[in-house]
Every structure is written in C-alpha cells, then in structure tokens.
Design a protein around this ligand. Sequence first.
Ligand code: HEM
Length: 492
Amino acid sequence: LCWTRGRVYPLPLPPGPRPLPFLGNALQLDTTRPWLTYTAWRKVYGNIIYSRLLGIDMIILNSDTIARELFNKRSAIYSDRPVIHTRERAGLAFNTGLLPYGETLQQHRKIYHQVLKAETSISYNGMYTRQANELVADLLSAGADMQGPKEACERYMGVLTMVMTYGHIPQREGDPVLDRAHELVDIVSRVVTPEKAALFSAFPFLKRLPAWFFSKDYALMERSRELCQQLLDEPFNEVKAQMAEGTASQSLVSDFLSQTHDEGDEETLKAVALSGYMAGTGTAAHSIHVFIMAMVLYPDVQARARAEINQVVKHDKMPSMDDRASLPYIDAILREVLRWYPPAPLGIAHVASQDDVYDGYFIPKGTLLMANQWALSRDEDKFPDASRFDPTRHLTADGQLKDRVTANHFAFGYGRRICPGRWFAEDAMWAAMAAVLSVLHMDHAKDPNGKKIEITPEFTPGIQVSLKPFPCSLGSVNTERERQLRAMMSLK
Ligand code: HEM
C-alpha cells in the first residue's frame, strides 16, 4: 500500500509536482496556455504526470504511445467525459463532445459514422471542390483586410457543415442560421474568456467551482441556451417541411428522417447535427488559416507544393479530389499543419471509469486524463527541430507518405471518443489547400516603405485554440485557373 497525498493506494500514483492544499497545482500553471506548463513538466516528471487541481485527480500524457495504450487499447475504461458545471446552464447538454459514455453517445456516434466515415466523406467531393473555389475567390477579394482570410476560412467550413447536415446553403450576407451559429460558437468562446478558457482547459470539470465564479456570464449563458434551442429546432423543422413538399436536398437530417418516425430519434438527430457544426467549423477553419500562415512563412514549401500541382494538373485546370493520390506533398502539408498548431492542444479530457494500473502506477477511478498534443507535437525525438514547419517529415525518401492514413493523426484524439469528423475534416482541408495553392500566391504584407511586415503568430486560447488574424498579401499567380474557377462558380 502507498500513502500518497493524503490517501492510500495499492500502488504509487504517477510522478508530478507537489500540490498545495485545495488549489493543488493551479498556481504552477501558465493559466492561458496550460499545455506549455505540462510540456515543461515533462523534463522533470516524464511522459505520464499526475497533478491535483481543486481536488480533482488529473493525469497528463505527454506521449502518443501511452495515449494509445490507454485510450485505444483500454478503451472500455477510458471513454467517459468529465462533468462540466456550465453544460446545462448554457444549454449544451446535448453536445456529443460533452456526453458521458453510454447509450446516447453510442447513438450519436453511429449517426456520425454513417454520414462522415471515409467512404461517405468522398461522396461530398463535388461539394468540397465547389466551396473551395468560393474560398479562393473570397481570399482574392480579401485584399489587405487582415480579418478577411480568417473569415473566409470560417465561412468555408461553416458552409460545408451546414450543407452536409441540413442541405442548407447559407446566404452570403445575413443568413439567419449561419449568423446564429456563429453567435453561439462566439458566446461559447466568450463565456470561456481567456481566464476561464484556461480554467476550462486546465480544470475541464469546473463542477466544484462556486456559482459566483460565473455570475458575469449568466446572461451569456442564457443567450447560449436560447440560441441552442433555436438552432436545434429551426433548421431541422425546415428540412422536415421541405421533405413534406418534396423539395429537400440530400443531407444528414433528410437521410435519417426518411428512415425514422420516432420523436426520441428526432431529438438525437438535432443534437448530432448541431454538435457536428460546433465541433467541426472552428477546428478545421483554424487549420486552414494556419496553413495560409505556414505558406507565407515558408515560401519554399509553397513553391514546391505549387510546382507539384502544376506537374499533375494542367495549367488551366483546377485540381480535384481525384488528383489527391498523385499529390502526396499536399497531404504531407496537411499532416504538418495538424502537427504544427493542433486545434485542441489538450484534446478533450477522457475520464477513467474504473481503477487501473499502468506501468506500475495507479490510476484511480474518476481520474481525468488528457493527451497533451502540444507535447507530442514538440517531441524532438520524433520531430527534430519541431517548431519548424517541414512537410517532408511525413514523407519517405522517395516522396511517398510514411503513414497510410491521415485520420490517425494525434490531433484527432483517441479511442472510442476519437473525432468522428476526421475524414470530413481532412477532405475539406485537402480540397481547400489544393485550390488555394493552385491560384494564390501567399506572401508577407509590406509596410508603406515596401518593407515586409513580420508575423508573430498569436492564438485565442481555450479548449480549442484559434489563430488570430495576421498581416499577409494574397494575389493570383494563375489567371487561367482563376478564370476557370470563376466560370465554375457562375455555373452553380
Ligand atoms: C481539423 C479538424 C478537427 C480536429 C483537429 C478535431 C479534433 C477533435 C478532437 C481532438 C476530439 C476529441 C477526441 C478525444 O476525445 O480523444 C474531437 C471530437 C469531436 N469532433 Fe472533431 N476535430 C476536427 C473536425 C471535426 C469535424 C469537421 C467534425 C464534424 C463535422 C467534428 C466532430 C467532432 C465531434 C462530434 C466530437 C466529439 C466526439 C465524442 O466526444 O465522442 N470534428 N475532435
């Protein structure tokens, strides 16, 4: 028996910093970016670290191998989620990512699997290409507006997810569904202000924080609840009405509604559609935005990628998803984007539903476990000179991809909670990156004296980070392709 931190366990807990009473290790954290602290702790305590915060047991995994050992191989134990205090108050109890492990979650995941699995995701190829063309046009018209590229990436993912879930193509300006969805995602990240974002990521349970802590956020949470209800019901009811009239487009909702008449199933379907939108837009939009920044900062990578496209695709044609197998360098860029700045640096916490033992360490039931993706991404043994953006890490000497699939990337998480939108995300990212590289030259913005403006990457923190707008200059390098793209857009 081991007497550890006031409690008796059959074996020692993993090593970790000495906690203070009640606060635990809270004061040792970089509160806006706790993943940096956890990565620094690795040097002292290693790849599996125990920490105690506000009375909650937490284990940080700084190794992909250990995360796979626990979350994948022992998924029967490690698939639960922490209880988040604000979940009900903000109307977010329906959200797949926050559901405890159980029957409802399994129903959700079954639906995602049917509409987002690799084979189905390919069937959206026409949609990815069409929307990628729009993205290029939006980026071209962004000009010197710094907000432009970020908004264009967000619109691209917002439209793709709306079309996939409701068959609804949002209007360019003032679309009521897209606007509300944006507002909701924005509120969720404002309720999760930098301080709270840090708390949420560092203490994703928050169950034990007192109510006064949230007093200022009550109004926002009220609005969030209202928006959730509208967004759960309105687009869904519209699809139902369209189905009755025989005018509904194919979508997740229309496909499933045609198979079910059960009201319980309808609630599940609504929850799945909105959770997919909430989980999918910010993450993938951030990654496409990071891609643009990487292309500005690493012009050699940009030039090689464009040269490869020009070799495979005729000079006056846009690439299509059919060209993907012939363009492994673009996939290598995609994997490097996910590694370089993973959208969820600590993933979403898993919870142990039973006591367990790993490598001689005791893991008590109820422990919250987080795979520290930031540490994985900066592992110098696996990724030498890790802060450098270098797609060739993912290629063999003869230019082929080292791993068969992108969907196993650590950025998508693990086990029974692995991201169900990973194929949709990677297909959407690939289409966007190939279209952008085919037409656009991405460069540093210049000041009035013609001097290039340096970029310092900044991110809004949270469970999901988001690259802030940065100065850049985007212009066309291929007028024939640009013409073809605009012709394709007017044919829609
Ligand atoms: C670059 C894009 C994306 C990244 C990096 C990403 C990453 C993640 C991660 C790390 C998790 C948690 C996994 C875990 O617990 O181990 C997750 C969960 C989830 N993702 Fe994604 N995601 C992306 C795009 C998408 C898209 C496009 C969709 C849907 C259309 C989506 C839907 C979901 C859902 C519903 C969950 C919750 C699953 C659960 O709790 O069982 N994601 N994602």
